[in-house]
Design a binder for this molecule. Sequence first.
Ligand code: NAD
Ligand code: MG
Length: 397
Amino acid sequence: MAGTPVRPRSVAVLGATGSIGTSTLDVIARHPERYRVHALTAHRSREALLRQCRVHRPAVAVLDGEADAAWLREQLREAGLATEVRVGAGALVEVVEASEVEVVMAAIVGAAGLLPTLAAVRAGKRVLLANKEALVMSGALFMEAVAGSGATLLPIDSEHNAIYQCLPAEHRGGLGRHGVTQLLLTASGGPFRGWSAEALAGVSPEQACAHPNWSMGRKISVDSATLMNKGLELIEACWLFDARPEQVKVVVHPQSVIHSMAAYADGSVIAQLGNPDMRTPIAYGLAWPERIDAGVEALDLFAVARLDFEAPDETSFPCLRLAREAMAAGGTAPAVLNAANEVAVEAFLDGRLGFTGIGELVARVRDARPVEAATDLETVLNADARARQAARDWLNR
Ligand code: NAD
Ligand code: MG
């Protein structure tokens, strides 16, 4: 086929055992002539990582703990595989910096992904960004690093991938320069769309994790239910596309068929549509600027039949407003928001905090922590650590 690379590109998948990691490996397996897995990483899911090593035969695998790593080494040896097992956060940075690696899928969930994702950017790799929390925390530093290293940053979050596809190829320097007036960020509304704040108070983690359209990890599922996910995505869109918060409009679209849109000065609105399957943006990121088969079913518009739109309810779902306010406040405010939210979601999943307590906790931590200029990584990591502590103190009050 014209344009097929002469040798496969070498890929490191951070967070390989998660929802995005698994979908990435599914796409890669469809194109062995194009992609080769160099490294696979996971936190603790050693069995899942072993299964992936058997199939993809990476040069390196990374786990967080020594005992899990020793177990994996032994299993790999018995299976006759040459995969080298490394341990800990430092190993995540090493694998993305390796000279063999051309493409890094950043699919760790939460702040844990910041350092390796930033390392991949600084090393000038093609970075497929699923780990939105990394960009939310360190927006300005992250985008400066992209510009400084010449890394190719391709958004994997379906909304941002859609907007990327709807914008002119060169969209840096402010949306206005390219005739774009607004980014329309679509939201499914989550499993509790239309619910009152009173009804939300009693929902369980299982209800929150049962998303109507997308199958995802538990943290992002809860974020989708509170609309914090849309808030984080609003911040993500501002950084990726050089937009001001008021240029990003959230549109609830329950079918999740339009993944987002860009509105232009001449009245045109360009949308990207598809079935809700993350393999589409993943394949886009892997192959860009080419297009490859993602294993995704063709969109049947007759089966979809209708597309609905409504405004988000920021009274029942205050997290969206909190995120917009954090972006407007700037500096370390988004890092504080993200850290408080991560602690709150974990507490909710563990049954220590009610669903509506998530927004309440985020607001309390926001009020308790100062906004500092986010001029260096240390300040950002400090703001993250202090916000987590403030959140835990409030939970243990
Ligand atoms: P997941 O929970 O299914 O998987 C997370 C992965 O990260 C796992 O491989 C896990 O082992 C690893 N991990 C977790 N904590 C870690 C730590 N402390 N150190 C190292 N590795 C760690 O999550 P997911 O749904 O695949 O989401 C991953 C990221 O992609 C998130 O930032 C999420 O917001 C984003 N995202 C996901 C989707 C989706 O459809 N799942 C869509 C858009 C964006
Ligand atoms: Mg999304």
